[in-house]
Design a binder for this molecule. Structure first.
Ligand code: GTP
Ligand code: MG
Length: 361
């Protein structure tokens, strides 16, 4: 299942700083380009306020949050698609992630070297984007050749795949990413199996100064919307990284002192989680409360398979209620009396916020 987010961007854009803010891993984030060469990897819990609410109703012995993987990748420079700055290796690291958080430098600090970038965040964004598109164009042309030859050998029937790669090649040649709206369901599921760099879901992280969170949000959002339609999340990386090592109870006070309302880390992780097309469901069994991640559109049987293969193999039915209903009724007994507990079969489509108890034999 898709679960990894990759931090991508120019050298010194603040990728490792954002990684440290999210993970509190304390990876080296220093003022020189290519400080990161080997990627940094961490698994982090996804912030989920409903889990705390459920825990207060159910008083479980154990609470386990859902997790996602965050990967900090080395910086890309101009010419990366042709191998510049170890580009090929770093592009391969991007190929392994499921979705991209594109970190763009919006902080001022003049002492931080601008490695290949300008003082213009949109130009920086486009530079990296162009490298990803050029790298994809090479792959797409190669695949197009292979599939065209195959189609010819099979009597000249143009396949869906040939059509897919021709469309992508013409988009990339025109300097734009293909949009999902331009592709058939069959082509989309092919791309899901073999994604390209530019077909991975992507959001922009505007790494900004703490006194410019709103400015960065508005300015970059407006500019990006014109250049490439993409969600922009303003994120004061340096401050968030510094505060990540401070005890949670004391952290709030520091945020207030800095004029920030709260940490932006949960918002960034939630956005990443949604970018991956994931939703959350919960299970309560043997007094353990567990949050799980699953792809939108999956069934109760898929959910059972995540919990344990034996549970899926012996699936009988699932008792289902929503976290929201449990919190408003206060207990499972009250929920049952109110008729809010349903019995569902294996084909039931799991919804975000469902609580499942799977009966199996
Ligand atoms: N003032 C300020 N400095 C930052 C911010 N983010 C990063 N820096 C500084 O910029 C320098 C580079 O940060 P890194 O996080 O190492 O950047 P990177 O994108 O991981 O760089 P490479 O690994 O070289 O590709 C460090 O000196 C950071 O302290 C920020 O939000 N504000
Ligand atoms: Mg780094």
């Amino acid at each position: 299942m898709s679960t990894s987010l990759g931090l991508v961007g120019l050298p010194n854009a603040g990728k490792t700083t954002v990684f440290n803010a999210i993970t509190a891993a304390g990876a080296p984030a220093l003022n020189y380009p290519f400080c990161t060469i080997q990627r940094n990897v961490a698994v982090v819990p996804v912030p989920e306020p409903r889990l705390d609410l459920l825990a207060s109703c159910l008083a479980p012995d154990e609470v386990k949050p859902a997790t996602i993987e965050v990967i900090d990748i080395a910086g890309l420079v101009k010419g990366a698609h042709a191998g510049e700055g170890l580009g090929n290796r770093f592009l391969d690291d991007i190929r392994t992630v499921d979705a991209v958080l594109h970190v763009v430098r919006c902080f001022r600090q003049p002492t931080v070297v601008r490695a290949g970038g300008s003082a213009d965040p949109v130009a920086d964004l486009q530079l990296v984007d162009t490298e990803l598109m050029l790298a994809d164009l090479e792959v797409v042309q190669r695949r197009l050749d292979q599939h065209t030859k195959k189609a010819k050998a099979m009597g000249g029937v143009s396949s869906t795949v040939v059509d897919l790669f021709s469309r992508i090649a013409s988009c990339l040649t025109a300097g734009r990413r293909i949009s999902v709206d331009e592709l058939s369901d069959e082509q989309l599921s092919y791309l899901e199996q073999e994604p390209l760099l530019t077909t991975k879901p992507c959001i922009v992280v505007a790494n900004c100064d703490e006194d410019a969170v709103d400015v960065a949000a508005h300015e970059l959002q407006a500019l990006v919307r014109e250049a490439l339609p993409r969600q922009v999340i303003p994120f004061p990386g340096a401050v968030e990284a510094d505060l990540s090592s401070i005890d949670e109870a004391e952290r709030e006070e520091f945020y207030h002192e800095l004029g920030l309302e709260h940490s932006r880390v949960p918002e960034l992780l939630r956005a990443g989680f949604e970018l991956l097309g994931l939703i959350t469901f919960f299970t309560v069994a043997r007094n353990k409360l567990h949050a799980w991640r699953i792809r939108r559109g999956r069934t109760a049987l898929d959910a059972a398979a995540l919990i344990h293969s034996d549970i899926a193999a012996g699936f009988v039915r699932a008792d289902v209620f929503t976290a929201h209903d449990l919190v408003s009724h206060g207990s499972i007994g009250a929920l049952r009396s109110a008729g809010k507990l349903r019995s569902e079969g294996r084909e039931y489509e799991v919804r975000d916020g469902d609580v499942l108890y799977v009966h199996f034999q």
